[in-house]
Design a binder for this molecule. Structure first.
Ligand SMILES: [Zn+2]
Length: 245
């Protein structure tokens, strides 16, 4: 027997999928049961779902079921979530997702029913514009204070230590209170570790190179924009906190 599944429509509404048909909630009855109508235009079939799990269908659909529709909606929903949660370029998010779908385990039906890459990118651009600040063209365009979602670490701690002028330019310093207390009075990294000024013994900055390489791998583009960069810092902070536990 087919089981009920819920999916998010492209407009963010909760739809119900059952036996390959998609329904939208029409109303809730006085006994708390819900009446759902078939999503297909002109189809008059509806089902009622009860709290005890019982399902009652009013008639038979006059069209064929589509088991793949919910998978398509799930792919779209996942992409939408990624676009809203991360600052990575839309192009790389969509290209990566579509490349991952080119696998023998993914049904041909799903690939056929998905929107084209160009349409998907277009839709997601609109989604990002709704939820994110426009990308600043230069430092003067960067809002002050910077958007709230970039002021906090991934665990919700205050992440901006200072945002203001230093030697005439705007500077933003990132650090969380827990990070500051972890490194306070800590001599794990005394200045000679990284400062080679006037040093005549072997000079190496391999550890810095290694760190840059790690960052490059984690970054989705060679020249990440300011918001991608802050996201990378937030990611780094969260990993740092984890490894210091
Ligand atoms: Zn129907």
């Amino acid at each position: 027997m087919s089981k009920i599944e819920f999916v998010q429509s492209t407009h963010g509404k909760t739809h119900l999928c059952y036996e390959g048909y998609r329904y939208y909630c029409h109303h809730t009855n006085a006994d708390d049961s819900k009446y759902w109508k078939c999503f297909k235009k002109h189809c008059r079939v509806g089902i009622t779902t009860y709290a005890n799990g019982t399902i009652r269908r009013s008639a038979d659909h006059d069209h064929t079921p589509n088991e793949t529709e919910k998978e398509v909606l799930n792919v779209r929903q996942n992409l939408k979530r990624k676009v809203v949660e991360s600052s990575s370029p839309i192009d790389s998010i969509v290209d990566e997702a579509y490349a991952n779908l080119q696998s023998p385990t993914v049904s041909q039906d799903l690939l056929i029913q998905l929107p084209s890459i160009a349409t998907m990118k277009n839709n997601l651009q609109k989604e990002r514009r709704k939820t994110r600040e426009p990308l600043p063209k230069n430092i003067n365009d960067l809002p002050y204070p910077i958007p709230l979602n970039y002021q906090k670490s991934q665990s919700g701690e205050q992440f901006i230590l200072y945002d203001g002028p230093i030697a005439g330019s705007r500077c933003i310093i990132f650090s969380t209170p827990s990070l500051q207390s972890a490194y306070k009075d800590d001599d794990s990294f005394p200045p000679p570790t990284y400062n080679h000024f006037m040093k005549f013994s072997p000079r190496t900055t391999n550890h810095v190179e290694g760190r840059h390489l790690k960052w490059k791998k984690r970054s989705t583009s060679a020249h990440p924009n300011i918001y991608c960069t802050i996201d990378l810092l937030r990611q780094e902070q969260s990993l740092g906190t984890f490894s210091s536990i």
